[in-house]
Design a protein around this ligand. Sequence first.
Ligand code: TA6
Length: 316
Amino acid sequence: MAMGSDMVPVELCKGINGLDKIVLRESGGSSAEVYLYGGQVTSWKNDHGEELLFVSSKAIFKPPKAIRGGIPICFPQFASHGGLESHGFARNRIWSIDSDPPSFPTVSSSKVFIDLILKPTEEDMKIWPHSFEFRLRVALGPGGDLMLTSRIRNTSADGKPFSFTFAYHTYFSVSDISEVRVEGLETLDYLDNLQNKERFTEQGDAITFESEIDKIYVSTPTKIAILDHEKKRTFVLRKDGLPDAVVWNPWDKKAKAMADFGDDEYKHMLCVEAAAVEKPITLKPGEEWRGRLELSAVPSSYCSGQLDPQKVLLSS
Ligand code: TA6
């Protein structure tokens, strides 16, 4: 689907419930949508217009509720790893468009991007008394890859460092969860959220799904592959500055217990989250942390052997 001259690469418009969103369109036909509410990507489509991310049909697009799907940003706390509300507050705040972002250290091939910024309000300072600037760039690559780059700076004037945990809580859309395999996490240690965060070691084969899973894999490789055989599609997740990876599917019981999630929707989603959880990140005043996520969707035909997960994981 080639881009007509009328297709604007970066467009600010109104989304659900009148919330502001930015639509990114890449000349090859892929697209993405980012809500200022939560700085949250809620859509990523390939050049055939197929949606690659899961958003629940029951998602609530109304502050202060977090949007159930897409890529929520967990900051300054992942899940219940601290005294704040689950997953921190960045996903429940209205972000701004950053009109004057500092230059990026590396030259990006992407010409289609938006820069957002989040700073704490006085209310935020009462629950988390630290000054920061959180800059987020959401970009679409020439091939339709989706890139998210977070830059978090400690802007405290009181000389105090602060520590945080973080995740890109990505909801991938899958055909049938029982047909999905995750490659790249074999033999790694993980903290099991279903067993008091006890530490275990994963078995040697690819991860498959037949029940609820909520695991934090620690010190993972920088690349993970999610194979959806039925859709003949592989998601390749590359990450930088994010040592851990969380894998979550609520399965049937938890699905029924979530008001903003359909009872059967667990069959069509999987969260694989690039994260920094096991070792919190500490920043002294003036210091900046960068965490990058790059997602690719590779059309594949497993039976033709085109897709050898090991080749994907070992290739650059
Ligand atoms: O990332 C996995 C997890 O921490 C699970 O424990 C589950 O709670 C999920 O996130 C969703 O959390 P939420 O706060 O969005 O309902």
